[in-house]
Design a binder for this molecule. Structure first.
Ligand code: FAD
Length: 245
């Protein structure tokens, strides 16, 4: 029943993303067929990237939806995935607590607990007792002849939000930018913020033409829309930049 740490791998992304976004963008403004413009992909990739940057900056973001990224994520808590799956323009496949027995479940320890010996020992003891209760309930179900997912599906009710889980996530580029705007913000919860930072660095590595300027929403806006009670202070408040409405 060990503590787990975050692991994120980019499993796959759309091939020729720049050529694809470029062809989709140009189709809107050109009499030519997108397929011909897609076939020009090796002609001037720099020009294509610059074109995309300008179109996207103008707010014409739908061409970004044609390119998608798929991540495999492990070492995150169920508390994190509950937040992650709130993003609706995405596809998810998550490890099941019905089909996978949790007789030796892993868990995530929040840094605020790990850095304090007293809190940590209390936390570990709670994890141990939840595990013991889980295993005991499973045994009792077995004695009644109820096993497999028919037992797991009810015994899992005692598992904590700290329980480690694994999930595969696919998002298109437009949704990823929206996800980073929300989840790279200082206001986001620490665990999903850490995941977003890891995903963003993989996106920048693999598609810098689109992601190199992306971050929390304030990065693009040049001001903080969160209001004075919530701002981290990195950017001026919206009212300061745009004036009071
Ligand atoms: C700091 C923070 C605190 C939060 N606190 C809470 C909380 O206390 N309680 C809580 O319940 N949630 C909370 N959330 C979750 C939040 O309300 C959203 O559910 C979540 O962030 C997903 O974002 P979204 O709905 O913008 O985007 P997505 O679901 O990722 O969708 C992307 C965009 O598509 C459009 N869209 C998608 N579906 C629809 C639709 N049905 N109708 C119209 N437009 C749509 C919207 O423009 C949306 O922004 C919090 C989020 C953050 C970042």
């Amino acid at each position: 029943m060990p503590e787990m740490s975050l692991n994120v791998r980019l499993l796959e992304m759309t091939q020729d993303p720049i050529a694809l976004i470029y062809a989709a963008c140009r189709q809107c403004y050109s009499a030519k067929f997108a397929a011909e413009m897609f076939d020009e992909k090796d002609e001037n990739p720099k020009k294509q990237a610059e074109f995309i940057r300008k179109v996207v900056a103008s707010g014409h973001e739908s061409p970004l939806e044609h390119v998608k990224f798929t991540f495999a994520i492990e070492g995150v808590s169920r508390a994190l995935t509950h937040q992650l799956v709130r993003h609706r323009i995405a596809s998810f496949s998550q490890q099941s607590q019905r089909y996978v027995k949790e007789t030796n479940f892993d868990y995530i320890v929040p840094p605020s607990i790990a850095e304090d010996k007293d809190l940590e020992s209390e936390f570990l003891s709670i994890m141990g007792s939840i595990q013991a209760s889980y295993n005991k309930l499973l045994e009792k179900f077995k004695a009644k002849g109820r096993v497999g997912e028919r037992a797991n599906e009810d015994v899992r009710f005692v598992l904590p939000q700290a329980a480690e889980t694994k999930i595969v996530v696919t998002m298109n580029t437009r949704e990823l930018i929206h996800f980073f705007h929300q989840r790279c913000c200082a206001r986001a919860q620490w665990e999903i913020k850490r995941l977003a930072a890891r995903m963003l660095s993989l996106c920048i590595e693999n598609l810098p033409e689109v992601f190199s300027e992306v971050g929390a929403k304030c990065v693009g806006l040049g001001y903080c829309p969160e209001g004075e009670n919530f701002t981290c202070g990195k950017y001026p408040l919206k009212e300061k930049v745009l004036g009071k409405k």
